[in-house]
Design a binder for this molecule. Structure first.
Ligand code: ADE
Length: 239
C-alpha cells in the first residue's frame, strides 16, 4: 500500500504516522507514506494557496490549482490514477467495512483541507470518495487522514505481529471485543474470571463470545442489527 497525503502540514502527518506499528510497517516495506505539500504547487510568489470566497462570507477557501496540479504530478510520477479520498465532515462516516475495502487498493490519496474548505471544482476534478470520521468538525483533514491510515494499515497482512489479532476484535462480525485480562490473577480484590484460568479452550471461546454479545448489547445495541448470530444467541437476545 502506498499512501499519498496532500496536505499543507506534511510534518504533522509524517511525525504522527512514522512511529510505532505503522512506522515499523513502513520500515519493513509493507507500506509507504508520502506527504505532498500542496504549497509546493502554488505559482504565487508568496506561495499562497487560499483566497476569499466568491459571494462573501467568513474564512478562506483553498484554491483549485495547487491541488489539481499536485494530483496530476502524482499521476505522472506513479503512472497511475489512484482514488482520492477527501476528508470532510460532509462525507460518509468511515467504519471498519470501508477500511477493509480501502485496504485492497495499491495506492490511496488523502486530500486534507483547511480553512473553510476547498474550491468545489478541485473536488469535482480529483475527489473520488468523501469520508468523515464522525459528526463533529475538526480544523483540518490531517487527523482524520491519520485515523483512517492507521485503521487501514493494520488490515494489511504482516503489519500486526499476530495475523489473527485483527480478526477477533471489536467490529469484526459487528460485535465488540470481549474483556481481556493479564497477570496478576488478583488486583485490588478483583479476580480474573475463573474460566480464563481453566485452560479449557472451548469454554473460554464460548465465554468470550457471550461477553462480546453482552457488551455489544449494553454499549452499542445499534451494531447488533448487522451482527451474525446463531439461533441460540438470537434467542438469548430476544429474551
Ligand atoms: N475535516 C474536519 N472535520 C472532519 C471530520 N469530522 N471528518 C473528516 N474530515 C474532517
Amino acid at each position: 500500500m502506498n499512501y499519498h497525503i496532500l496536505t499543507l502540514f506534511p510534518d504533522m502527518v509524517l511525525n504522527g504516522l512514522n512511529t510505532s506499528i505503522i512506522g515499523r510497517a513502513a520500515e519493513k516495506g509493507l507500506l509507504s507514506i508520502e506527504a505532498i505539500d500542496i504549497r509546493d504547487y502554488s505559482k504565487d510568489k508568496h506561495h499562497s494557496v487560499d483566497d476569499y470566497p466568491y459571494g462573501g462570507g467568513a474564512g478562506m477557501v483553498m484554491q483549485p490549482m495547487p491541488i489539481c496540479e499536485a494530483y496530476d504530478d502524482l499521476c505522472r510520477k506513479t503512472g497511475k490514477k489512484p482514488r482520492v479520498i477527501y476528508m470532510t465532515p460532509q462525507g460518509t462516516v468511515f467504519n471498519q467495512t470501508i477500511a477493509g475495502e480501502l485496504a485492497k487498493e495499491e495506492d490511496l490519496v488523502f486530500l486534507c483541507g483547511h480553512y473553510e474548505g476547498i474550491d468545489e471544482r478541485a473536488l469535482n476534478l480529483v475527489a473520488t470518495d468523501f469520508l468523515s470520521i464522525g459528526d463533529y468538525v475538526l480544523t483540518g483533514g490531517e487527523l482524520p487522514a491519520m485515523v483512517m491510515i492507521d485503521c487501514i494499515s493494520r488490515l494489511i497482512p504482516g503489519v500486526l505481529n499476530n495475523e489473527s489479532s485483527a480478526e477477533f476484535e471489536s467490529f469484526h462480525d459487528n460485535l465488540l471485543e470481549y474483556p481481556q485480562y493479564t497477570r496478576p490473577e488478583e488486583y485490588r480484590g478483583l479476580k480474573v474470571p475463573e474460566v480464563l484460568l481453566s485452560g479449557h479452550h472451548k469454554n473460554i471461546e464460548s465465554w468470550r463470545r457471550e461477553q462480546s454479545i453482552k457488551r455489544t448489547l449494553e454499549r452499542r445495541p445499534d451494531l447488533l442489527k448487522e451482527a451474525v448470530l446463531s439461533k441460540k444467541e438470537e434467542e438469548f437476545l430476544n429474551k
